[in-house]
Design a binder for this molecule. Structure first.
Ligand code: WT7
Length: 681
């Protein structure tokens, strides 16, 4: 897959699309929708802005608060006026885990299936009801307590997409501990950096997992992470391991990895057994108590621990799931995301459970055992709402429509996408081929930091334009600012900001208030800055144009160019490195690295392999550059700043549009880089 690239350009990939073609929500979706028709959307939206406290408190009134509050949203986005903050229902007490579980049991949903677990192998599936999930969560919360976890502690979770991950997240929330889920594709160094940053004492992992046919030995990675953390004076005292491999079907041609034990090990199943009948009460949390940390890439290289809190995040996850997917009691809702990302947190775990939905929790990958997997699962369970990524859509589309044959997908009503802009060709494929032209597509724009959807269509309300994120979510108030910070009214393009708080927004960067302000509020005083650019068209639709900072979006995951660069320069033969995003047919973009080697060194296949390994070990496989090109020098301004704009052009393969190069120290570097493009090893 890594060799297909530099073909599509999001801006003009309009294949098969009439100019300005607009698609209307299917009529059956309008009837009975929570928001039916565009006019209704506009009315509710206006109310959510003009009477915001009343709007949000009406939403929150569907949830359980042990103690209420007269307060609504309070915030300050202007550092000149004092500290940046946001609060929602300050003084109230609640618990999100209680709202996901006990509240649903009280509503008579105890016997409803909360999740169907679909394993890596199609033959491995199971179900769990709301009351079974509740029982396991209570039990595991007792286990955590028996390992000394208290309110306010941070617990690291490094797990495959297995039931125990849902249980562990909800168990943390039940006792007021923050979970910090680390995607099971991250390396030992990445895991350890997150453990150290939040001083985690307990790490929950599994023996291993299969992704397609590939086995991944999570325990070995966890062991190394614990050792690395110790070298930084953070001592993990309990390593709780789920014995997942014992129960899975081993894919043909694969074998089980060997699992090494350490003296801090505890086996999940044994611990659960010990706590079988132990009482473990809900902690009533303050509205603004921290709920979880989730690390995301930062421009400076060091990942940021994005901090979300209780009442606001809960209310926003509940409302956005309800409206964006038009959640209905008989839905079979499938979000294909991994819980290692915010999409898994908000739209696989919390949002669906708060809405009492039946969800599907998927351990596998779209291409295994073959590229029909998504559609087989859709038919097998009768999925009504599917939430996935443009990358998955493009990869499946590229495999050919024969993989759709033999499945009907007739139950689908809504298909959502997230993580990156969707090009019209992939949008049309989802709409026409997957959805039989009988679905609403919701292209949801949001971020780890926003907690939930900010810009999206609503399935029973918004006429759809392929490739447009479209309209603001209730309570979200986007503005476009030019580079001087002036508001762009009407049609135009600019920096995407929000001028008011919403309940689900991040409350800080863990342990780093300065960075919180500097990243999100300093660029445009008085506004939350997303780091993205956007365009507003004549109809008021918003189109996301992509990152305007040094982050790149690969398969819907944000990566920091600085973080990859520092992994590359850690190699003894590398003097300097610059990484840029280059367009990719499937992944949207891929990391393209330019490396300047020490005198006397030349690039060769072995060195490239070593450099790739370096990035894999320091960050994870998802950050490995597809192309590493030797650069005799990097284009730099007189003040020593690398001009990425030029490198991006070279990586794209376009020589035109490189623009003015007279400010560079050494213009001849560019010619060398262009000719080196074809000579890269
Ligand atoms: C960045 C946030 C939000 C969950 C997954 C990613 C990009 C996200 C869209 C979309 C265009 C999008 C933005 C954003 N992005 N959704 N629908 N259209 N771009 O979370 O890792 O925090 O990344 O993903 O660049 O800032 P994340």
């Amino acid at each position: 897959m890594s060799d297909v690239h530099v073909k599509f350009n999001l801006a003009n990939d309009n294949e098969g699309l009439e100019d300005d073609e607009i698609f209307l929500p299917p009529a059956p979706l309008l009837a009975g929708a929570h928001v039916s028709g565009l006019q209704s959307y506009h009315e509710i939206y206006a109310n959510s802005i003009n009477n915001s406290d009343e709007f949000w408190k009406t939403v929150a009134s569907e949830l359980h608060f042990e103690q209420g509050s007269s307060k609504g949203l309070e915030w300050n986005f202007d550092a000149k006026k004092g500290d940046i903050y946001c609060k929602f229902m300050d003084g109230a007490k609640t618990n999100i885990s209680y709202n996901c579980l006990e509240r649903n049991l009280k509503r008579g949903l105890g016997n409803k299936i909360a999740y169907i677990f679909e394993g890596n192998e199609p033959s491995d599936s199971s179900t769990i009801t709301y009351s079974e999930l509740h029982a396991q969560v209570v039990q595991f919360s007792a286990v955590l307590r028996s390992h000394g976890v208290k309110r306010g502690d941070v617990v690291a979770l490094y797990l495959p997409m297995i039931p125990e991950l849902a249980v562990a997240m909800l168990a943390c929330a039940r006792i007021g501990a923050m979970h910090s889920v680390v995607f099971a594709g991250f390396s030992a160094e990445s895991l350890s950096a997150r453990i150290v940053d939040a001083q985690c004492k307990v790490l929950v992992t599994a023996d291993g997992m299969f992704r397609g046919q590939k086995s991944i030995n999570l325990k070995t990675i966890a062991n190394s992470a614990v050792k690395l953390a110790k070298s930084e004076n953070v001592e993990v005292s309990s390593l709780i391991m789920v014995e997942h491999l014992k129960r899975v079907t081993v894919p043909e041609g694969s074998s089980l990895p060997k699992i090494d034990s350490t003296e801090i090990d505890a086996i999940y199943e044994n611990e659960m057994e010990k706590c079988r009948n132990v009482e473990s009460e809900v902690e009533w949390m303050d509205a603004e108590s921290p709920l979880f940390l989730l690390y995301t890439s930062g421009s400076t290289g060091k990942p940021k621990g994005i901090q979300h809190t209780t009442a606001g995040y809960m209310t926003y996850a509940f409302a956005t799931t309800k409206y964006t997917f038009d959640a209905q009691p008989d839905d079979i809702y499938w979000c294909t995301a991994d819980c290692g990302w915010i999409t898994g947190h908000t739209y696989l775990l919390y949002g669906p459970l708060l809405n009492g939905l039946q969800g599907i929790w998927f351990e596998g990958v779209p291409s295994y055992p073959n590229a029909s997997r998504f559609w087989d699962v859709t038919d097998k369970y009768g999925v009504t709402k599917l939430y996935t990524s443009p990358t998955a859509a493009r990869a499946l589309m590229a495999m050919g429509d024969e993989f759709l044959a033999g499945t009907s997908r007739a139950t689908l009503k809504v298909i959502g996408t997230v993580g990156e802009p969707i090009n019209p060709a992939a949008w049309l494929w989802l709409y026409k081929k997957v959805g039989n032209s009988n679905v609403s597509i919701v292209d949801t724009y949001w971020q780890t930091e926003t907690g939930g959807h900010m810009i999206t269509c609503l399935p029973g309300a918004t006429p759809m334009k392929p490739g447009a994120a479209s309209m603001p979510m209730f309570g979200a108030s986007p503005v476009l600012l030019d580079s001087e910070g002036r508001v762009i009214e009407g049609p135009g393009e600019g920096n995407l900001c929000f001028d008011r708080a919403w309940p689900g927004m991040m409350r800080g960067v863990f342990g780093d208030y300065e960075r919180f302000v500097k990243t999100y509020f300093a660029p445009f005083g008085g506004y939350y800055f997303t780091g993205d650019g956007a365009r507003r068209d004549e109809d008021g639709y918003l189109w996301i144009t992509g990152r305007v900072d040094d982050l790149m979006n690969v398969s819907g995951h944000l990566l920091s160019t600085a973080e990859i660069e520092s992994a590359l320069v850690a190699h003894e033969k590398v003097a300097e490195a610059a990484v840029v995003a280059a367009p990719h047919d499937i992944k949207g973009s891929f990391p393209y690295a330019f490396v300047t080697l020490n005198v006397g060194e030349r690039i060769n296949p072995q060195l490239i392999a070593e450099l790739k390994k370096m990035v894999r070990e320091k960050i994870g496989a998802l950050a490995v550059p597809d192309i590493i090109q030797e650069a005799p020098g990097l284009p730099k301004t007189r003040s020593g700043k690398v001009t990425r704009r030029i490198l991006r052009k070279i990586a794209e393969g376009t020589e035109s549009g490189i623009g003015d190069t007279t400010t560079l120290v050494d213009e001849s570097v560019i010619k060398q880089l262009i000719s080196g493009r074809s000579a890269r090893a």
